[in-house]
Design a binder for this molecule. Structure first.
Ligand SMILES: *[C@@H]1O[C@H](CO)[C@@H](O)[C@H](O)[C@H]1NC(C)=O
Ligand SMILES: *[C@@H]1O[C@H](CO)[C@@H](O)[C@H](O)[C@H]1NC(C)=O
Ligand SMILES: *[C@@H]1O[C@H](CO)[C@@H](O)[C@H](O)[C@H]1NC(C)=O
Ligand SMILES: *[C@@H]1O[C@H](CO)[C@@H](O)[C@H](O)[C@H]1NC(C)=O
Length: 770
């Protein structure tokens, strides 16, 4: 590993190693993150205190049990499970304030020994099927193997047979034999953007000016590369669908196709990151054939985004309503702009992989789309005493120390003190405040700085709230564009009911089938389908009046199946919008500012704050905050505001994978196990007691599978999660990595279809050491 990248990870060895070259990388500052408990910090916090006490009790119980020979294995297992549960709770606390607490409970340390067996041989030695007596129920389901099949096993999509899902009722996977190509397939550039040069596009929209990395317009934006086909046998997603959302499922991406353009796989001397040089890289030259290896050394993303926008300014609405009303009458059509707003904070440990991820995001979303999207960072400055507006030097120093230089121009600094000033007055009492946090604090009100950001940026119609520890294996444009288009196509009829339920294609059939199932279940529940603003005791109306958000297509007398079709969604979430009432979700009653002589207002929530919010939703939230002094816990406020005021909200069922072959009925039972077969109310999967079910999924804040799969895809050996105690927390064998991938008897480096993974807390294993 070269000096620069090791410098990235070992901030303590800063000083002498820095050179002009290093500056583009990382700000460094941060105290080395330790795995120590910061005891006082934790005990000073109500939720943490509970968690710590809970953990201590568990440890006590555990040691009593393990060292008592008279107890049966069964009991021991139960205690283990209890232990797991305790950890889940700890992570809940971590997820919210993950930045502050550095207790590591993720996958255990990676042992030294190497695995020699070739994968095919190994994979047949699946652990014996558990008899179902011990441990959580998912331990009974077989681990899937196809995720770890690589480039040598790719087949054209028409020949692809997934190992999962198996026919309904079976808990087994389908055995599929994969081919073994001796010569690696070749990837080709992948372009999910509209064909801007086509006559169809040009007849409807304004001409798109191509954008470049540099001001001289000499360096075109490099391409993402994909392989045609999918490794034979690889599982299909258990929840969500490609086809439904308009995402391609007939191609897969390896790490070089995805990130080679942005500096993966070549040295810092050549302007790359120096990452993945120590992983298998046979045949990866293809990804640099067209554009060469870009030297990213002096990249300035703010300038590049701005140039791209200016060159294409006449394509877009402006945010000035008088002006836009005029433009709306003209042809060709103008389009809306969207901001991706990424929440970051002082002390975030930037790594080379984080650089790759955000370079990809800006290139694909802004530069390759002619400026349709902009990417911004909202940088949380924790120290309320910092004069970040009064003194430009203070702001610059904070940027220098906390953000790589290439992103400086797209950072907006904010602090909780600013939110106090911006949203003054008395917010009153909460129905419940389990975290004991301040209403202006980021933990309970992460939406406040986004509301302010939207007020400051009238040029954007939509805002994606995004986080640092999320990754997408495909092209970002495809993800965000298709979700937006799918959201617009959805009808408002039955919308909230569909959104409350995970979509399991193997069980529910296609989207029409699913829609019918939900209608039947709604009727059986005896509840009325929600349409338009909801009414409840103590409700206050917005200044613009209630009902003002319903489109013409919903007027009385119209065909209600068409109500809202063609209307952009005000809220797009990536997990179901569930009813928090009686759900067992810890923050279900963290509701502030409502008249407590009335019952608690009805609420909706989607876990994981990643979501797209419209300007009008953010404006409604803004008014509720400044004028009515209403607040709710971060994940609950945007959905509840959309719910109260009749805005259009959808849960986009993006592809979510599971590490084990859950029968579809079991997924339904555990993920839609809440009231009336939804994910909300009593029995919700978001109940603290049930959240362990998400650990084997690719998208949830407590997922273990997401990180394991992602790192293995990056080329690093990872524990395979196959162990007697459920395989969590670093159990199993070390698999993957250079030796295994490069063995010509194995199938090569991983190739995955586009998928979202979260949480990714570290990538190169050396990042864990400091
Ligand atoms: C909005 O556009 C109108 C018409 O072009 C213009 O007169 C007005 O000054 C603009 N308003 C703002 C706030 O820029
Ligand atoms: C889905 O609907 C179609 C047509 O209505 C029907 O033939 C099919 O059996 C349904 N599938 C499921 C899984 O319900
Ligand atoms: C919450 O559930 C309880 C018990 O079913 C019910 O009485 C109450 O009305 C519900 N509240 C809301 C806001 O849905
Ligand atoms: C690959 O498999 C063949 C046949 O089983 C064996 O002879 C050879 O040694 C293996 N190669 C490696 C690198 O393990």
């Amino acid at each position: 590993m070269d000096k620069v990248s090791s410098f990235l990870r070992k901030s303590s060895s800063f000083g002498s190693m820095i050179s002009a070259k290093n500056e583009i990388y990382l700000p460094v500052t941060t105290k080395p993150q330790s795995k120590k408990f910061r005891l006082r910090q934790i005990l000073g916090h109500c939720l943490y205190r509970r968690v710590v006490i809970w953990t201590l009790v568990l440890i006590l119980l555990l040691s009593l049990t393990l060292f008592n020979p008279r107890l049966t294995t069964k009991t021991r297992q139960d205690v283990m499970d209890l232990m797991q549960l305790g950890k889940g709770q700890l992570r809940e606390a971590q997820a919210g304030k993950g930045e502050e607490i550095v207790l590591q409970t993720q996958d255990g340390a990676v042992p030294e020994e190497k695995k020699e067996n070739a994968e095919e041989q190994k994979e047949e030695e699946e652990e014996p099927e558990d008899d179902g007596q011990n441990g959580p129920h998912w331990m009974r389901y077989k681990h899937m193997d196809g995720y770890y099949k690589g480039l040598r096993a790719i087949v054209p999509f028409v020949e692809y047979t997934p190992e999962y899902p198996a026919p309904t009722g079976s808990k087994l996977t389908i055995p599929v034999s994969a081919p073994h190509h001796t010569k690696l397939p070749t990837p080709t550039p992948y372009n999910p953007h509209p064909d801007y040069d086509s006559s169809e596009y040009k007849s409807e929209y304004h001409k798109v000016q191509p954008c470049y990395l540099d001001a001289a317009r000499k360096t075109p934006v490099p391409d993402v590369y994909a392989y045609s086909g999918v490794p034979q046998g690889q599982a299909k997603p258990a929840m969500g669908s490609y086809d439904l959302l308009g995402l391609r499922e007939d191609v897969c991406f390896d790490r070089f196709g995805r990130y080679g353009a942005y500096g993966l796989g070549y040295t810092t001397k050549e302007g790359g990151t120096g990452e993945a040089l120590d992983t298998d890289h046979e045949g990866n030259e293809a990804v640099w054939q067209k554009h060469g290896k870009i030297n990213w050394e002096n990249m300035d993303w703010a300038a590049a985004q701005e140039r791209c926008f200016v060159a294409n300014e006449n394509r877009f609405y402006t945010g000035n309503s008088t002006q836009d009303a005029e433009y709306a009458k003209l042809r060709p059509k103008r389009i809306d702009r969207t901001a991706i707003v990424i929440r970051t904070y002082v002390g975030f440990k930037w790594t080379a992989h984080a650089l790759l991820n955000f370079r990809a995001m800006i290139s694909e979303l802004n530069l390759q789309s002619g400026g349709e999207y902009d990417v911004h960072f909202l940088l949380h400055v924790r120290d309320n005493n910092m004069p970040i507006w009064a003194d430009p030097q203070t702001a610059q120093d904070i940027l220098d120390e906390n953000v790589p230089r290439e992103f400086h121009g797209i950072c907006t600094l904010w602090s909780e003190a600013q939110m106090n000033l911006y949203y003054p007055g008395d917010f009153g009492d909460a129905f419940d405040n389990p975290s004991n946090g301040d209403i202006h604090g980021v933990y309970r009100s992460a939406h406040m700085p986004l509301q302010h950001f939207a007020q400051m940026h009238p040029e954007y119609a939509h805002f994606w709230n995004w986080e640092m520890d999320m990754r997408w294996t495909g092209s970002y444009y495809e993800l965000f564009d298709r979700l937006g288009k799918w959201g617009a196509k959805q009808s408002r009829q039955g919308m909230w009911e569909r959104a409350s339920k995970y979509y399991i294609p193997a069980l529910h059939g296609d989207w029409n089938n699913f829609t019918k199932i939900v209608e039947r279940e709604t009727q059986a529940s005896g509840r009325r389908s929600i349409m338009g603003p909801v009414i409840f005791a103590g409700k206050n109306n917005l200044q613009q009046g209630e009902g003002g958000f319903m489109p013409k297509s919903c007027a009385t007398g119209s065909d209600m199946t068409q109500c809202g079709v063609g209307e952009d969604a005000d809220l797009i979430t990536l997990n179901p919008l569930f009813d928090t009432n009686e759900s067992g979700w810890v923050f279900a009653s963290d509701v502030t500012g409502y008249d407590k002589q009335y019952p608690i207002p009805p609420r909706r929530c989607a876990i994981v704050t990643a979501s797209r919010l419209s300007r009008r939703l953010l404006s409604a939230m803004h008014e509720e905050t400044w004028r009515m002094h209403h607040g709710m816990f971060s994940e609950m406020f945007p959905p509840s505001m959309a719910f109260h005021h009749g805005l259009k909200a959808v849960y986009a069922p993006h592809p979510v994978y599971v590490d084990r072959a859950w029968p579809a009925e079991e997924i339904e039972k555990h993920f839609n196990g809440g009231r009336d077969h939804t994910s909300g109310g009593h029995g919700s999967p978001f109940d603290l007691q049930n959240e362990h079910n998400h650990k084997g999924t690719s998208w949830y804040y407590n997922s273990e599978f997401a990180g394991l799969l992602w790192r293995r895809w990056l080329g690093y050996a990872q524990m395979d999660g196959r162990g007697k105690n459920g395989g969590r927390s670093g159990e199993g064998d070390l698999r993957g990595g250079r030796e295994e991938e490069a063995d010509p008897n194995n199938s090569g480096r991983l190739c995955l279809r586009s998928m979202l993974v979260h949480p990714i807390k570290w990538e190169n294993p050396s990042e864990r050491d400091n």
